[in-house]
Design a protein around this ligand. Sequence first.
Ligand SMILES: Cc1ncc(COP(=O)(O)O)c(C=O)c1O
Length: 386
Amino acid sequence: MRPLSNRTETFSDSIIRRMTRISDECGAINLSQGFPDFDPPKAMTDRLVEVAKEGPHQYAVTWGAQNFREAVARKQEHFSGMKINPNEEIVVTCGSTEAMMAAMMSVVNPGDKVVVFSPFYENYGADAILSGAEPIYVPLVPPEFNFDPEVLEDAFRLGAKALILCNPSNPSGKVFTREELQLIADLAIRYDAYVITDEVYEHIIYAPNKHTYLATLPGMRERTIICNSLSKTYSITGWRLGYVIASPEIIDRVRKVHDFLTVGAAAPLMEAAVVGLNMPDAYYEELAAHYAHMKAVFTDGLRDLGMSFTDPQGAYFVLVDITPFRKKEESDYEFCVRMIRETGVAAVPGSSFFREDVNHLMRLHFAKSDEVLYEALNRMERLKMS
Ligand SMILES: Cc1ncc(COP(=O)(O)O)c(C=O)c1O
């Protein structure tokens, strides 16, 4: 048999999804793959039941149902203050995952350089491989996860055509300040580069941090490709609904890529999700308060266990230092597999997020009920004994 594609040869499977599989095999508490264990808003699931009876059940317009795009535009205008034309500036995708891929495919030629901050969400590596981009990694240096403006400028000097910005950031929990975003914007404008933003955690922010939409900075609207999703905001990671917002010229290209990648997002789910997009401000305030509560429960517990970890400004992950608990010569991956087997709690080895040689961290997420978080913390106590 002839070899399969060179392009995909270097792919490993997703470490996050692999840890989930091992976790499921062992019946562990899965704090590796980030998804909530609580239900979406009832109004959305009630609407889904109605839609199951009434439809639509056939293809929607390939770039997204009209009422869904209008609801996205209204909601994002409300939070960002940007004007968004639902007919020309939005493509609805199968999650932010497809949004990012479609954005990369639309912007990048094989061999083009793309700046990626490290640590990074693992899909960006695959997006780069599939689109043929050559990533230039710029470190976000722990514990504050700040970047060195000089190092960033060096990456642009190498001719980067785009930068990927995950804000709020997975796995570091960093929320970029307006000043940092201004630095990025200045460089993007100076070196004529695009910025592809991944803003899926825009509403999961811990006070006093605030989410700033990069596209609202002067000169950035036309060069920013916003990728976003309903997965996290409405606790519907399985509905696979996301979107791209960009200028009409860029959207025209993204529409075509999207059309050939997936044709479209699921019509009945778009219809039901409009209810979510129309929620009042109180919904987002309650969501943020709920996450602040889960974060407090989990991080207080980690502190009681004597663990040292990053305190996130946004998103729902912590990076925990495994140095005191791991055996001699044990890699972070081996440690995480052993932790699943010995304690029944699953995490993601930190090295899967870093370009640099970092292997003393694991990522845990806390989008879980109090009961599950307390049980996970109890189980992790065993690490101290092993
Ligand atoms: C930063 C980031 N972007 C994108 C996604 C995937 O989003 P979606 O479910 O919309 O594809 C995740 C999921 O964990 C994520 O953490």
